[in-house]
Design a protein around this ligand. Structure first.
Ligand code: ADP
Ligand code: ASP
Ligand code: MG
Length: 413
């Protein structure tokens, strides 16, 4: 008998029939003798509708406390409906909001972090033979205020609950077959991976593969929660996210991802002297703006350019700060570009094989795609390109590295 957390995403609970199907699937798992806690998202489209309403009445930056009170209602609807659907099938279930099941967070509205979970509450419901149906994405701070965990946060709720109750597995049920080699909405040839390491999955999620929220994978890795991403609509096994040691034969490249949510800012013609980078990035970090890729050009005539990317949501504020700092440090100009995309390849195989990055640049060159910025780590290479070339780049990289003939140009170390 296992202890299982099942998380169902928005599409999986998108209408009454789908909720009924989820109820059946949960009860089938329970009928096999397992104890099941279920975490659900809002019905598909619901969170977006609530966000749009908040922006309509609350302006472009609605009051964060009230925003959380509003957007958390999407999940509250689903828990009640799923509990009713389980009752309709003659079985016992109880719904819980984040606050009711003791999901404590910090006070950072709209992007709260989990502080603690009252596992005993959930376990006692399961021990009664009931299904615990828990609202994902939401928690409560020490002051009793409702908080939310950021978009896609139900994944993190599920993994954190699995860690807290010592579940044997956390199953993430979604609208695709598992973790695929790329986003199937962009690359129809994308295929399911049987296994992927926690580290590759963390990179893929943070580089744009939204199938899992990045934080959920970090949590799973830290607490050793076995994670199984699978289809809500098919019985088949999906993708297991596992420690690196359990990956027998890795692909050079496991995934190709893209992120169109960043913008680029260049501070031109600053003096090449110590302290310049600190003066540019200090104020950005004080303003809570996360900077991603940073490139400083080689100095010429004693001056240099510093280019960096930020989230599109922070773009305007970042430009204002760059202009202000640029004036103080004698920059020649600030240029900015919102129409960019970051395209990345991720794979454990890069650790042991040379030539992956250069092959990536060749593939892009063959398609006439200009690379603006490059950033690498042990298991990924990212490039920033024009946004309009995203699909061409992702498709070409997927064809070259994952479809036929992927391994050829790569040299073993
Ligand atoms: P849920 O509502 O179940 O949480 P999401 O929409 O958040 O589902 O995530 C699933 C979606 O992630 C898929 O429909 C797919 O379009 C997208 N996706 C992007 N990259 C990948 C990938 N590498 N593997 C699987 N899905 C991906
Ligand atoms: N409903 C929230 C969202 O759409 C949380 C989630 O689905 O994970 O972002
Ligand atoms: Mg999601």
């Amino acid at each position: 008998m296992a202890l299982i957390v099942q998380k169902y995403g928005g599409t999986s609970v998108g209408d009454p029939d789908r909720i009924r199907n989820v109820a059946k699937r949960v009860l089938a798992t329970q009928a096999e003798g397992h104890r099941v806690a279920v975490v659900v998202s809002a019905m598909s489209g619901e969170t977006n509708t609530l966000v749009a309403l908040a922006e309509d009445l609350g302006g472009s930056v609605p009051d964060p406390r009230e925003f959380d009170v509003l957007v958390s209602t999407g999940e509250q609807k689903t828990i009640a409906l799923l509990a009713m659907a389980i009752h309709g099938l003659g079985k016992s279930a109880r719904s819980f909001t984040g606050a009711q099941m003791g999901m404590r967070t910090d006070t950072a509205h709209t992007r709260a972090r989990i502080a603690s979970i009252d596992a005993s509450r959930i376990l006692s419901v399961l021990d009664e033979g009931s299904v615990a149906v828990i609202a994902g994405f939401q928690g409560v701070d020490d002051g009793g205020n409702i908080t939310t965990l950021g978009r896609g946060g139900s994944d993190t709720s599920a993994v954190a609950i699995a860690a807290a109750i010592g579940a044997d597995v956390c199953e993430i049920f979604t609208d695709v077959d598992g973790v695929l080699t790329s986003d199937p909405r962009m690359v129809p040839a994308a295929r399911k991976l049987e296994r992927i390491s926690y580290n590759e999955m963390i990179e893929m999620a943070s580089l744009g593969a939204k199938v899992l929220q990045t934080r959920s994978v970090r949590f799973a890795a830290r607490y050793g929660v076995p994670l199984h991403v699978r289809s809500s609509f098919k019985p088949d096994e999906g993708t297991w996210v596992v420690p690196e040691e359990e990956i027998m034969e890795g692909l050079f490249v496991s995934g190709v991802t893209y992120n169109r949510d960043e913008a680029k800012i260049r501070v031109r013609g600053v003096k090449d002297v110590p302290g310049v980078a600190a003066r540019i990035f200090g104020p950005l970090s004080e303003a809570g703006i996360i900077v991603d890729v940073i490139i400083q050009n080689l100095a010429q005539d004693g001056t240099t350019d510093v280019t960096f990317t930020v989230q599109k949501g922070d773009y305007r504020r970042a430009i204002d700060i760059a202009n202000e700092v640029g004036g103080l440090i004698g920059a020649v100009a600030i240029d900015a570009d919102e129409n960019i995309a970051k395209v990345s390849i991720v794979g454990l195989g890069m650790k042991d094989h040379a030539g992956v990055a250069s092959r990536m640049f060749e593939v892009l060159a063959e398609k006439g795609i200009n690379i603006q910025l490059i950033s690498t780590s042990e298991i990924k290479v990212s490039v920033v390109i024009a946004e309009s070339e995203t699909e061409a780049a992702v498709t070409a990289l997927h064809a070259a590295f994952i479809e036929v003939g992927a391994a050829e140009p790569v040299v073993e170390n």
